[in-house]
Design a protein around this ligand. Structure first.
Ligand code: GDP
Length: 197
């Protein structure tokens, strides 16, 4: 798929104020600093479409980008940022749960995982919740250029092994680098196929 146009639409504090759900939508989420903004910018071929927050973990908004006038990319606030209070965390969880469970045009959630690390508890917990809510998702391993291929491979395998403990089928997975534009064609092709289905 060729991205001809990528437009920032709106930042919404709740699912109720998101744009009319009349186009397929793909959400991106992951731990704070996982490389989400970089990945969205890489997919759209734009340097500053998704902005990096100066205060990580503080942005509690749902950002919509309209692609080729026909589908949405949604940038969700990151999780796992250590320096937030319990009440802020609960607020984030409630907002995300509402968005994920109520957004009727949501086709797929891309869960971003840092390819440099072994499986992390909060990623696994988030995946567990998506399963419980029956929301389709795929895994995107980020920053693959920052590690040796063998290490990336080991971490990806370790993640799959963890998931196998509770899942019969493994989700689709993509290995990416925003720096090297790795995985771009695969993700866009996947979205194209979903849009046509
Ligand atoms: P976000 O908080 O998840 O949106 O993360 P950012 O996209 O702002 O990225 C966090 C940091 O990781 C920034 O310094 C990026 O330049 C860096 N980064 C993100 N993706 C990549 C990548 O694929 N390769 C490398 N080498 N660095 C990356």
């Amino acid at each position: 798929m060729i991205i001809k146009e990528a437009l920032y639409v709106i930042s919404s504090p709740t699912v109720e104020t998101c744009p009319k759900p009349d186009k397929p939508e793909y959400a991106f989420i992951g731990r704070s600093n996982v490389g989400k903004s970089s990945l969205i910018n890489m997919l759209c071929n734009r340097e500053k479409l998704a902005k990096t927050s100066a205060t990580p973990g503080k942005t509690k908004i749902i950002n919509h980008f309209l692609i080729n006038k026909s589908w949405y990319i949604v940038d969700l606030p990151g999780y796992g940022y250590a320096k937030i209070s319990q009440s802020q965390r609960r607020q984030w969880e409630q907002m995300i749960e509402n968005y994920l469970r109520k957004r009727e045009n949501l086709v797929n959630v891309f869960i971003l995982i840092d390819a440099r690390h072994s499986p992390q508890a909060n990623d696994l917990e988030f995946i567990h919740n998506l399963g419980k809510w029956e929301i389709p998702f795929t895994l995107v391993f980020t920053k693959a250029d920052k590690e040796k291929p063998a290490v990336v491979e080991r971490n990806v395998k370790a993640f799959a092994d963890k998931l196998r403990e509770s899942w019969q089928f493994l989700p689709r997975q993509f290995i990416t680098s925003a720096e090297k534009k790795t995985g771009r064609d695969e993700i866009l092709q996947f979205i194209d196929e979903c849009n046509k289905a």
